[in-house]
Write a protein that binds this ligand. Structure first.
Ligand SMILES: NC(=O)c1ccc[n+]([C@@H]2O[C@H](COP(=O)([O-])OP(=O)(O)OC[C@H]3O[C@@H](n4cnc5c(N)ncnc54)[C@H](O)[C@@H]3O)[C@@H](O)[C@H]2O)c1
Length: 272
């Protein structure tokens, strides 16, 4: 692959918690392709400290921002504009968290305060991020915003719980804001619907190992890993995808178009 797909581009990447994070790989690959990056994450993620190792390796400042705080996003974009001395070209939204999932509440018995937090952190935060960028005119014409999602927005995966509702909202925000940002500034906004991937957030979902192995058997290409997801993000940040916007793009080895596979049938009905 060329090393210059993002040469001269500047971007903000949220959600790199540790080396398993999808955002971590996106930051590494975007850097390899010539981009300048600012990393951001919640204050608690900063305290874990691993993000600083990535930051020094790719020479990126780290700016704290809680995704539920308008003030934090305001500071983030103000400081980003100052740091780069220009607008940004791309933004990655890689933020998800559900207290109901974490604390094992069943979908039929959600704690509604936690449900609000799930929607706020995991979905409304995309609106907040875009709205802040819009008001500050912080994204260049033909810039690109990508948010990560999961197919539980379209089909039921019972253990994904209220995160399914958050992802449905996230995808809708990408379309709705994509219209306004596209018509006004040619800024494109897409969601990537990623295969189940072993990360801190992913592993919090009950029965995650079963999820992963089922998806692996149901995907003609097998599950896409975090590195491959990062490659796709880089492609969407690049100028090669200028007319792609308001889409939910499956990056799942074919899972979303597959009805059944031999691998699954043979597991259910082993040959005699
Ligand atoms: N892992 C999977 O199977 C999978 C599949 C499809 C989509 N996704 C999505 O990919 C994205 C990244 O998740 P990941 O799997 O890399 O896990 P991860 O745990 O590495 O990343 C989640 C990130 O969200 C951040 N975050 C949580 N609350 C926050 C807040 N209040 N403010 C700012 N940041 C906050 C965390 O600090 C963390 O960096 C999420 O949106 C997730 O839903 C993951």
């Amino acid at each position: 692959m060329s090393n210059n797909l993002l040469k001269g581009k500047k971007g903000i990447i949220s959600g790199a918690l540790n080396s398993m994070s999808i955002a971590w790989k996106v930051a590494e690959k975007a850097h390899e392709q010539g981009a300048e990056i600012i990393l951001t994450n919640a204050p608690i993620a900063m305290r874990m400290g691993e993000i600083n190792q990535l930051a020094s390796r790719i020479n990126a400042p780290v700016m704290e921002a809680d995704a539920t705080s308008e003030q934090d996003f305001d500071n983030l974009f103000t400081r980003s504009l100052e740091h780069f001395g220009s607008k940004v070209d791309f933004v990655l939204h890689s933020i998800g968290m559900s207290p109901n999932v974490r604390k094992g509440r069943h979908y039929t018995d959600l704690n509604y305060e936690w449900y609000k937090q799930t929607l706020d952190v995991s979905a409304m935060s995309l609106h907040r991020m875009l709205s802040t960028a819009w008001k500050k005119d912080a994204i260049n014409d033909w810039g690109s915003v990508v948010a990560l999602t999961y197919i539980a927005a379209q089909r039921t995966f019972p253990n994904y719980n209220d995160m399914a509702d958050a992802k449905a909202l996230l995808e809708s925000i990408a379309r709705s804001f994509g219209y306004h940002y596209g018509s006004a500034k040619h800024v494109r906004i897409n969601t990537i619907s990623q295969s189940p991937t072993v990360t801190t957030a992913g592993s919090g979902v009950k029965g995650f190992d079963g999820f992963i192995s089922y998806a692996e058997k149901m995907s003609p290409l097998g599950n896409a890993d975090a590195g491959a997801c990062a490659d796709y993000c880089v492609a969407l940040f690049s100028d090669l995808t200028r007319y792609v916007t308001m889409q939910n793009l499956y990056h799942d080895g074919g899972f979303s178009s597959t009805g059944v596979t031999h691998a699954v049938v043979e597991k259910l009905l082993p040959a005699e």
